[in-house]
Design a protein around this ligand. Structure first.
Ligand code: A2P
Length: 340
């Protein structure tokens, strides 16, 4: 089994290599691709030095391609990768809304991955983190309405987003004026309620992605979802305040008990002991932290929760690798017939 990463030098690519290093995925070769600028660069993997190659225009000699070089690269090249026999697990939004492309969070709808036709989409990071916590509550209590406010780290804009936060913070602390380039405004000591493009309805595309993708993953087109997405000056890990209106009432204790037995979730909920989800504790963790679980004052029988999940891990690299692991465990990941 040959695995390739396209976008290996980026923020998600870096995490993909770290997650693969410790993964149970059985593969014999890892190939690294990025832009021609990075060709020849050597990156360490399992005690070896792997050489980054320029991403070719056509097929790649790999069975699984983990793509995280952005939507335009995926859109342009994934059809050739699929034609070459590879399974593409794509981190971009290029194919997420195609009816024949499964959008998968393995703990929630892993089975959907089995029906792929060559491409499986990894959800938007904010959505992936939220659905891990919301899916079990939806299954048991029926979510009618979900209101989300996000606190999103600069890692959501890739390596250059994190660099902009560090560089501009340094500049501002030294009395220099910072000009924004990745973000719409200077990000240090600021919060920016603007992620991705504004839509005709006044929401941003990031906010609409949460609605579109959550519905697709949970398989419930009737779910009413409203999101406000905000960029904050942290390096990694997205946090989200989530309000749920439920069909059948749930108490906070019932929700905590259910979430304690949910794969991918760590219940971190002891306000007296100052224990709640935070980027500080959730960064680098595979599980999504869930806490501040309380009865909603907005919806009778509903719930309020706060979640924090590492955007680069569950929101991207980890989820992609978990999809491949899931398929292999199901016997649905095989080397291409006649592959060299
Ligand atoms: P490179 O480092 O050579 O520019 P991030 O999301 O952190 O910004 O990372 C984006 C990733 O996509 C990087 O690995 C980057 O490689 C890669 N990339 C950017 N442009 C291209 C391209 N034209 N072809 C292949 N990979 C690309």
């Amino acid at each position: 089994m040959k695995v390739a990463i396209v976008g290996a030098t980026g923020a998600v690519g870096h995490e993909l290599m770290k997650v693969l290093e410790n993964s149970t995925l059985d593969f014999s070769e890892l190939q690294l691709y990025a832009s021609p600028r990075s060709a020849g660069l050597k990156l360490p993997f399992r005690g070896q030095e792997l050489t980054v190659q320029a991403t070719p225009e056509g097929a790649i000699d790999a069975d699984v391609i983990l793509a995280s070089a952005g939507g335009s690269i995926s859109k342009a090249l994934a059809p050739a990768w699929v034609a070459g026999g590879a399974l593409v697990i794509d981190n971009s939004s290029a194919f997420r809304y195609d009816a024949d492309v499964p959008l998968v969070v393995p703990e929630v709808n892993g089975q959907a991955a089995l029906g792929h036709k060559g491409i499986i989409a990894n959800p938007n990071c904010t959505t992936a983190i939220a659905v891990v916590a919301v899916a079990p509550l939806h299954r048991k209590y029926g979510v009618k309405r979900m209101i989300v406010s996000t606190y999103q780290a600069t890692s959501g804009a890739g390596q250059k987003g994190m660099e902009e936060l560090l560089e501009q913070t340094h500049m501002q602390l030294h009395g220099k004026e910072a000009t924004a380039s990745v973000f719409a405004h200077p990000i240090p000591f600021n919060v920016i309620p603007h992620i991705d493009a504004f839509q005709d309805n006044g929401y941003t595309k990031e906010e609409m992605k949460v609605a579109w993708e959550t519905r697709k993953i949970l398989g419930d087109e009737n779910l009413i979802i409203s999101c406000t997405a905000v960029r904050i000056p942290t390096l990694r890990t997205h946090s989200e305040a989530i309000t749920l209106e439920l069909e059948r009432p749930a108490t906070p204790d019932e929700a905590r008990e259910l979430l304690r037995h949910t794969a991918g979730v760590e219940v971190r909920d002891d306000p007296e002991a100052k224990l709640y989800p935070m980027p500080l504790t959730a960064s680098g963790k595979y599980d999504v932290e869930v806490g501040r679980i309380r009865a909603s004052l907005a919806f009778e029988g509903g719930l309020e929760l706060f979640v924090a999940g590492d955007q680069l891990l569950k929101g991207a690299a980890l989820n992609a690798v978990q999809i491949a692991e899931y398929l292999q465990a199901q016997g649905a990941l095989k080397p291409r017939a006649g592959a060299v």
